[in-house]
Design a protein around this ligand. Structure first.
Ligand SMILES: Nc1ncnc2c1ncn2[C@@H]1O[C@H](COP(=O)(O)OP(=O)(O)O)[C@@H](O)[C@H]1O
Ligand SMILES: [Mg+2]
Length: 268
């Protein structure tokens, strides 16, 4: 049996610990991903989805538990030390790309992520050719605009670029936090198709948070539901293929033993 690519064991994070406003965002969270798993993650607002991804990249430090990536304990490793191994698109598109830098500079930074600082902005002719090829492949005409500032791109172009940046350095893990949420349906579909292609081509182990249950059922090989900082449902393979949105809402009610005050937060 091969070891997990990602293993979270007993990961606990309490915000404002010791105050009356303490929030147990992650509560002894266990989750393991095999290499090549493409896991969609759903759960109501505040379930701990973003906190889990932020703990994996190192922006949140758990007070208990461990996070292992490809066998190495990264629980307390600094963000930049693990950046080369993990590609992430944050919920806020401004966190994933740099608006005042050009497309080329953004991609060059991404291609060299995890490497020594200093010459990060320098682009060799070979790298420029590779960037052009990668950009042409996503079909948005960006290969002719390498010098354009990223701030001038549309939301969809920017998320497509962020995806390319996140996957360019062949990370061990790709983390997507509602990366389609701010896009119109047509653009979201195009960016999701690109996501699926990049994940398949790179055989990337992926966690994709979405608030859209249809997307969660349609994509990936495994679906995880979080509630109150823990995984409450984990469905893969043929069981996942048989999921329906009403079925998922019902499972949520069974597993969490509570009725949501408003199902729309899950169905949106
Ligand atoms: N930096 C923070 N400070 C205080 N509370 C936070 C912080 N980040 C998240 N939380 C709280 O932790 C809980 C989980 O948040 P989050 O992981 O963003 O949930 P989700 O992404 O599933 O909606 C929520 O109650 C949220 O308000
Ligand atoms: Mg979130």
């Amino acid at each position: 049996m091969s070891a997990a690519m990602l293993a979270l064991e007993g990961v606990t994070k309490t915000f404002m610990a010791g105050t009356p406003n303490a929030v147990a965002a992650l509560d002894r969270l266990d989750l393991a991903l095999a290499a090549g798993d493409f896991v969609t993650v759903i759960g109501s607002n505040g379930a701990g989805k973003s906190t889990m991804l932020r703990a994996i990249v190192g922006l949140v430090e758990p007070e208990q538990g461990s996070i292992r990536l490809d066998g190495a304990d990264i629980t307390h490793e600094k963000v930049h030390r693990r950046a080369g191994a993990i590609g992430r698109i944050a919920q806020d598109p401004h966190e994933s790309t740099c608006a005042v830098m050009s497309i080329e500079e953004n991609l060059a930074m991404a291609a060299k992520r995890g490497q020594r600082r200093g010459l990060a902005r320098a682009v060799t002719p070979a790298l420029r050719e590779r960037l052009r090829t990668e950009l042409a492949a996503i079909g948005l005409g960006l290969e002719a605009r390498l010098d354009a500032r990223v701030g001038t791109l549309s939301g969809g172009q920017r998320q497509a670029l962020a995806l390319l940046m996140a996957t360019l350095a062949r990370p061990k893990l790709l983390l997507l936090d509602e990366h389609l949420a701010s896009l119109d349906p047509k653009t979201a579909e195009a960016v999701m198709q690109l996501t699926d292609r990049l994940v398949r081509e790179g055989a990337l182990t992926t966690l994709m948070v979405t608030h859209n249950m249809h997307e969660a059922i349609r994509w990936g090989n495994r679906l995880v539901m979080m509630h109150a900082g823990r995984v409450v449902l984990d469905v893969a393979g043929a069981d996942k293929a048989g999921l329906t949105v009403p079925g998922l809402v019902e499972r949520f009610h069974e597993v969490s033993r509570e009725t949501l005050s408003d199902d729309r937060v899950l169905l949106a």
